[in-house]
Design a protein around this ligand. Structure first.
Ligand code: FAD
Length: 427
């Protein structure tokens, strides 16, 4: 029988949860191997800035091996974990060089979530997602392409379709994407482009329950020209656009659009189902693991699952939850906390940007901020959490260019399209 390598701790995933766990283990120099399907640590909250040309992909996605270069005890491996044997304590993962197996003392799974289409998986074929760096660059290229083609076509219907942008889901991501596409559109196509934000709930930013922050975000979006459709469910999507049922079928609307961005829901990633089955852990409707209060999975005291792949006490699918859980699991493993210690989330609040100089932030039920102050808070928090001094420096530079100077590094060609558009209108 071939010898299988051993790591005291195996972490799966290089996102917020996996990285936080690795750094915490590094404090005690505990030997750990982080296996990730992607070579980078992706800062997902800024994906929409890549999609709208504010930032370059590498600024929000440094290689995870570089990030952990000086972390004590870290080994980084690129591969996709496909199976786990919890009794033998072995994970199986696929690499470019073939299938590998690794034995562990403890396992921390942090494989995140993917888009959910609520049973309409064919929507995937006609929509743009925003989960990976490839998604963001695809969407950026699409928006750029639409601007350029719209400047060239003489067919009015075609031009309308190219300049209609539909964003489905008015959570933080949807609001941010819609706000940024609107800014881009105003810059390059003035009144001609239309951005629609479609939300099934009767409010934008549903986590704020329709309170002042939801209302402020909705008004800001409408004032900037985004058409906000609430109580609106997408019932069909095809290559020509979307069909929307409004007010539970009281009205139907069809929007011809080449670009539909889907940010309406999440479901646990593929590996989650494997882990659930192998450990006997139940899952919720979104396929997320219903983990134990100490973050362990099923009946296994040495298998932890954290972050977006899990559901615990209604904690939100946000990066601070994943990071705090990563540190909690690592602290139990490095004996800074007793086995079985319950995880309690310290909620420091949430925020979303709407457009330049405008954001909403909620520290708790009573302390809320809107407008410029919230926007400054958003900048500070995102700079703090961006990985690496160089990326922070570049982010400040790019934000200065995009928000104060109003240029978009990712939309140089669109600027040329704008010139052609001005010529078209003049002629
Ligand atoms: C567009 C967008 C905007 C967001 N904005 C915010 C925000 O403003 N504020 C906020 O708090 N949160 C925000 N979030 C949510 C936040 O990013 C997530 O809550 C957080 O990333 C969860 O961390 P995680 O470690 O659980 O998963 P992820 O960060 O998603 O990491 C999952 C990792 O697992 C790896 N992986 C997956 N499957 C396998 C496998 N089988 N084998 C090996 N590796 C695997 C992936 O490659 C990835 O490295 C946003 C998310 C998105 C998509």
């Amino acid at each position: 029988m071939t010898e299988i390598d051993y790591a005291e701790v195996v972490i799966i995933g290089s996102g917020f949860g996996g990285l936080a766990a690795a750094k915490q283990l590094g404090k005690s120099g505990i030997d750990h191997t982080l296996i990730s399907a992607t070579p980078e640590h992706l800062f997902q909250p800024l994906l929409y800035q890549v999609a709208t040309g504010v930032m370059d992909p590498h600024e929000i996605a440094p290689p995870i091996a570089n990030v952990l270069r000086t972390n004590k005890g870290s080994t980084v491996v690129q591969g996709s974990v496909v199976d786990v044997d919890p009794d033998a304590c072995v994970v199986t993962y696929e690499t470019d060089a073939g299938v590998r197996r690794l034995r562990y003392g403890s396992l921390i799974a942090a494989t995140g979530a993917t888009q959910s289409y609520f049973g309409n998986d064919h929507f995937k074929d006609f929509t743009f997602a925003l989960k990976t760096i490839e998604d963001a660059t695809l969407l950026r290229d699409q928006i750029r392409d639409c601007f350029e083609r719209a400047a060239e076509t003489t067919d009015d219907a075609e031009r309308r379709k190219l300049l209609n942008f539909v964003v489905v889901g008015a959570g933080a991501t949807g609001v941010e994407v819609a706000g940024q596409i609107q800014e881009l559109s105003q810059r390059y196509f003035h009144a001609d482009a239309s951005v629609y934000l479609v939300e099934g709930a009767p409010m934008v930013l549903p986590p704020y329950k329709g309170g002042k922050l939801s209302q402020y975000a909705e008004k800001s979006l409408r004032d900037s020209g985004v058409e906000v459709l609430l109580d609106a469910m997408v019932t069909a999507i095809d290559a020509d656009g979307v069909t929307i049922s409004i007010n539970k079928g009281a009205a139907t609307r069809r929007i011809a659009a080449d670009t539909v961005v889907w940010s309406a829901g999440v479901q646990a990633s593929g590996f989650t189902a494997v882990l659930a089955e192998r450990t006997g852990c139940d899952t919720d409707r979104a396929g997320r693991l219903l983990i134990n209060s100490d973050l362990t999975t099923g009946g296994y005291a040495n298998i932890y699952a954290i972050g977006d792949m899990t559901s615990l006490k209604g904690y939100p699918g946000q990066s601070p939850v994943a990071m705090q859980q990563g540190r909690h699991a690592a602290d139990i493993i490095r004996r800074k906390k007793l086995p079985g210690t319950e995880f309690v989330y310290w909620d420091k609040g949430s925020m979303a940007t709407i457009k330049r100089f405008s954001a909403v932030a909620q520290l708790n039920e009573r302390i809320q901020f809107r407008g410029f102050i919230a926007w400054l808070m958003w900048l500070a928090v995102h700079l703090f959490y961006l990985i690496g001094f160089r990326n922070r420096f570049l982010a400040v530079l790019q934000w200065g260019v995009a928000f104060i100077g109003r240029a978009r590094p990712g939309f140089v060609h669109a600027a040329q399209a704008e010139e052609r558009e001005e010529e078209r209108l003049a002629g």
